[in-house]
Design a protein around this ligand. Structure first.
Ligand code: DP6
Length: 344
């Protein structure tokens, strides 16, 4: 007997950033964070999980290449989903597939965007893995705590729309879960543009980068303790009221503070490049021209700019971007709805 499921999970882009863990094994953060999950059909991971009696061992293929199944975070997710399935089953949940539970799984996962270019591929990847495994085993309900153990930001991709990851207090991490603040439909004219400044792999991955930041940056400690709690409240309020100017202001300040903590890390970490800094300057000039924030940028652990704006400003802002960053030989690439613009 073969049980099989295919699911997709979208990327999420944080507007209040997660950077730093208080527990490395359980992936517990030093501050709460908030993100917007992109549309299902945009930047996403598609994962198929098959479970069969004849499979000899668990195996995984990422973008067509077999990878090591013994990766500790992958093992955490597999172990936790199986544990949850057994527990649900013993609690009398008849939808859990007991047959499957004793079988090995084969996992195939593909991204429709460059991996590790700072485009949150691990978030969509682990969210998708956990969700798809849960489908194969017949488990439903709160799964973000398991996705979190694959990659912190993955817990936020378990929900659509505006999502907060509450840092929690418990030592075992049971209260460190994602929660939807508002569904996607709450703010229908909000748009996300990804300006690709480089599709190369980032030099310092998030996991090791944030580890060094926790060890060496006093600015990060200040940020986590004294800045983020208030910013989370303000951001949730801006989202609830659909106040774009406040949303934009908080988003840009938070991105800048995150990159400041990278610079305060010792040795320092540089994720932004010349193009990133030009985009920052352009956005501020554009907003200043109108005397209001119409566009916001945010950068994760890489040089690509993610732009938040409203539908009515997309065409004009993109034409300004194209004016200052004319398409190179690769040309510009548009992905429907969400526009991905390559900046050479
Ligand atoms: C800058 O979730 O990739 O994108 O938990 O170690 O897997 P691990 O880190 P990861 O870090 C994401 C950092 C960020 C900010 C964010 O998404 O909140």
């Amino acid at each position: 007997k073969l049980a099989i499921a295919t699911c997709t999970a979208p990327v999420n882009i944080a507007v209040v950033k997660y950077w730093g863990k208080r527990n490395e094994d359980l992936i517990l953060p030093i501050n709460s964070s908030l993100s917007v999950t992109l549309d299902q059909d945009q930047l996403k991971t598609t994962t198929t999980v098959a479970s069969c009696r004849s499979f000899q061992e668990d195996r995984i293929w990422l973008n067509g290449k077999e990878e090591d199944i013994n990766h500790p975070r992958l093992q955490s997710c597999l172990r936790e989903i199986r544990r949850l399935a057994r527990k649900r089953r013993s609690d009398g949940d008849s939808s859990v597939d007991v047959g499957c539970l004793s079988h090995k799984v084969h996992i195939c996962s593909v991204n429709n965007f460059p991996t590790a270019a700072g485009l949150a591929s691990s978030a969509a990847g682990f969210a998708c893995l956990v969700y798809t495994l849960a489908r194969v085993y017949g488990v439903e309900g709160e799964l973000s705590g398991i996705a979190r153990q694959g990659s912190g930001s993955a817990c936020r991709s378990m929900y659509g729309g505006f999502v907060q990851w509450i840092m929690g207090e418990a030592e075992d991490g049971r209260d460190s879960v994602a929660q939807q603040v508002e569904p996607e439909s709450h703010w229908p004219d909000l748009r996300v543009l990804v300006l690709v400044a480089s599709a190369e792999r980032k030099p310092v991955g998030s996991t090791s980068g944030m580890q060094t930041s926790v060890e060496t940056s006093s600015l990060l400690k200040h940020r986590a303790e004294s800045v983020v709690p208030g910013r989370m409240k303000q951001m949730i309020e801006a989202v609830r009221k659909r106040d774009f100017a406040a949303f934009a202001d908080l988003t840009m300040r938070d991105s800048n503070q995150f990159h400041a903590t990278c610079l305060d890390t010792y040795p320092p970490i540089f994720y932004l490049n010349t193009v990133s800094r030009q985009v920052i300057a352009l956005v501020h000039q554009y907003n200043r021209h109108y005397g209001e924030a119409r566009v916001a940028y945010t950068f994760d652990a890489g040089p690509n700019a993610v732009i938040y704006t409203l539908q009515q400003h997309v065409a004009e802002f993109l034409s300004v971007v194209r004016h200052f960053f004319p398409p190179d030989n690769n040309g510009k690439k548009f992905v429907t709805g969400l526009q991905v613009e390559h900046l050479g």
